[in-house]
Design a binder for this molecule. Structure first.
Ligand SMILES: NC(=O)c1ccc[n+]([C@@H]2O[C@H](COP(=O)([O-])OP(=O)(O)OC[C@H]3O[C@@H](n4cnc5c(N)ncnc54)[C@H](O)[C@@H]3O)[C@@H](O)[C@H]2O)c1
Length: 271
């Protein structure tokens, strides 16, 4: 193993897409840090060989995620690629009871937002911090959104809102990150049988509407291999990756606002 082999850090790596991506990169000679909150993470990683290392990490905790990034950098001296992939579905039923036994409204539990959205902001900050140590070499970030980032998943509002948010986050950060050689893109998988999907659902889902893991891994690799792909959202359905564009402008005024309004901003707020 070359000491110069590239280093990947993957969140939510003890299962499903994160684990499949870790195995794919290890097979290509990368060194991979697998981060997960699952107690199974350590033993799963131990089976992957010396190029894999595990960090217990709850991505929704800044301290926990920062410690895992720091540990990875200390171990291997570089981080080239970060997959911000950990995700959970809705844990609090927003349609359920709204009041407690005293008739007072109950604060909703927003753990899903903490894991699926806020934690990604933490991951981006940390990835940028360590990429900046590369003196211009930059790095790559891929976020795992979902087809629920394009089409609502009825009844799962926190998950849907977060996955939509990740699409906006990707598109809005990409142009400025590119200036420091960092690309940011998102994979948007359709239904892939993983730990996230309840076993009953996996059994019942029609096979022709299942997206194979290979399509998701293909999309990750497109973003890793092609420096020109930036701010892209790759919808993964069946065997195909569709690079989805932002919504069409409603009218010329809206196009102007986004594409040329920046000149006005620069005049009003120079520097
Ligand atoms: N499976 C699908 O059909 C599907 C479709 C679209 C998007 N996704 C997204 O793909 C990503 C990966 O999910 P998956 O399908 O591989 O599911 P999975 O459950 O198999 O894997 C998710 C991993 O994330 C870990 N995780 C959960 N909370 C965490 C936390 N707070 N900190 C660190 N790790 C945590 C879990 O322990 C698990 O190992 C998620 O973001 C999910 O929303 C999945």
């Amino acid at each position: 193993m070359s000491s110069e082999s590239r280093v990947a850090l993957i969140t939510g790596a003890a299962s499903g897409m994160g684990l499949a991506l870790a195995k794919d990169l290890l097979a290509k000679g990368w060194r991979v840090a697998l981060l997960d909150v699952s107690p199974a993470g350590a033993s799963i990683t131990a089976e992957l060989g010396a190029s894999a290392t595990y960090f217990y990490c709850d991505v929704s905790s800044w301290e926990s995620q920062a410690a895992a990034f720091s540990g990875t950098f200390e171990k291997w001296g570089r981080i080239d690629f970060t997959a911000l992939n950990a995700g959970i579905d809705d844990k609090d039923d927003l349609f359920g009871p709204t009041g407690d036994e005293n008739g007072q409204p109950v604060k909703p539990g927003l753990k899903t937002v903490a894991v699926d959205l806020i934690a990604v902001f933490y991951g981006i900050r940390l990835a940028m911090h360590y990429f900046r140590k590369h003196e211009g070499r930059g790095g790559k970030i891929v976020i795992t959104s979902s087809d629920a980032g394009l089409y609502p998943l009825i009844g799962v509002p926190q998950y849907t809102a977060c996955k939509h948010g990740l699409v906006g986050l990707t598109r809005s950060m990409a142009p400025l990150l590119k200036k420091e050689n960092i690309t940011i893109n998102a994979v948007l998988p359709a239904f892939v049988p993983t730990g996230l999907a309840p076993p009953g659902l996996v059994k019942a889902w029609p096979k022709e509407n299942v997206t194979p893991m290979s399509t998701v891994i293909k999309c990750f690799n497109m973003f890793i291999d092609d420096d020109e792909l930036n701010g892209q959202t790759g919808e993964c359905s069946q065997e195909t990756v569709y690079m989805r564009k932002q919504a069409e402008y409603a009218n010329e005024s809206q196009r102007w606002g986004r594409e040329e309004g920046g000149k006005v901003w620069a005049l009003v707020y120079p520097g």
